[in-house]
Design a protein around this ligand. Structure first.
Ligand code: ASP
Length: 333
């Protein structure tokens, strides 16, 4: 291990790469966006054709919202927020409206955002009643005093910032309530009832060569004791650095925190010179070896937009200046 670190540091030094500096300048109009709407046990047999089509349409709407901004020369941060806002309002996804229920029948929302330009970051954990947690995370980043706010304090900050709130029932959905009831009645774990996790995220490269990443979630069904997953943890669920990549994760948060997933992917790209795909695959394999499951979306400074998962599927999509605009659900697509 020591050898690998020494070798990586030597390579980075030889290449003159410092953290936080862009590896590649962009003046060719390259932009790129990837989104996810959660990874999990997704079987084709669970999906009616109507359901399948509705999810794909929802992903395409979010993708189009972000892509339109990038196409017009907008920033990566604006693009990922726009894509996530769409999914937070869509009750199909476990973020904002449609978030899973906690053990106590509430919704505690987590979100984070990171700007690859200067590695500014903002995160909120365990907030209730906030319509758009990703916007609150962005306000935390813009304020700049702190990186992560939780619970009541975060809600007070949201009120000061004039963020929109919604009554508890606005977040409720029958499917998520049934999942909580089943978890309690059958003494199941969140993994058993969260057939598809449903967390949302987006990563982008804008025409100026800047990267950004964001993630938003209700966490895991039946969570207790103020449990916080990886989504609001910078370096676990979200990371962006112009010199390496932008990552948003979804999956069994405890493992993603322990493996430091998002930061490790970017560190491998930066220090070992791996491609975004190779780094993402290696880290997801590591999570799998620990016993966790899930997936990531990654965008690299050269415009590559890649996915990696060890689950049956991940709701996902990507759009690039090279003309790609596609959504997918199952791992083998
Ligand atoms: N990673 C999220 C959490 O652990 C859940 C998910 O991605 O579905 O809170």
């Amino acid at each position: 291990m020591k050898n690998i670190i020494a070798r990586a540091a030597a390579i980075a030094a030889a290449l003159g790469i410092a953290w936080g500096t862009p590896v590649m300048a962009h003046d060719d109009g390259t932009w790129s966006l990837a989104i996810h709407g959660g990874a999990g046990t997704l079987e084709r047999s669970d999906m009616s054709p109507e359901r399948d089509a509705a999810y794909r349409a929802a992903l395409q709407t979010a993708l189009d919202a972000g892509a339109a901004i990038l196409k017009n020369g907008g920033s990566a941060v604006d693009a990922i927020e726009a894509a996530i806002l769409v999914m937070e309002d869509d009750a199909r996804f476990n973020a904002g409206r449609g978030a899973v229920f906690t053990w106590d029948g509430t919704h505690e929302l987590d979100a984070s955002i990171m700007d690859g330009r200067d590695r500014a970051a903002g995160a909120v954990a365990g907030v209730t009643g906030i319509r758009h947690p990703i916007t609150l995370a962005r306000k935390v980043m813009a304020d700049g005093t702190h990186v992560m706010l939780s619970g009541r304090g975060a809600e007070e900050f949201a009120a000061e910032q004039g963020l929109e709130t919604m009554p508890p029932e606005w977040f409720d959905t029958d499917a998520r309530r049934e999942a909580l009831e089943r978890l309690k009645a059958e003494k199941l774990s969140a993994i058993d009832v969260d057939i598809k996790f449903g967390t949302v995220g987006a990563v982008a490269l804008d025409k100026d060569g800047n990267l950004a990443a964001g993630t938003s979630t209700g966490g895991m069904t039946g969570k207790r004791w103020g449990r916080i997953g990886d989504a609001p943890v910078i370096g676990a669920g979200t990371y962006a650095d112009n010199s390496s990549c932008a990552v948003s994760a979804t999956g069994w948060g405890e493992y993603f925190i322990r493996a430091g997933v998002a930061r490790t992917i970017c560190a491998r790209v930066h220090m070992l010179g791996e491609s975004a795909q190779a780094a993402a695959d290696a880290v997801i394999a590591d999570v799998g070896q620990m016993g966790g499951d899930g997936g990531v979306i990654v965008v690299a400074p050269n415009g590559d937009a890649v996915f990696s998962m060890n689950t049956g599927g991940m709701y996902r999509g990507r759009a690039t200046s090279a003309g790609a605009s596609e959504v997918a659900i199952f791992a083998d697509e």
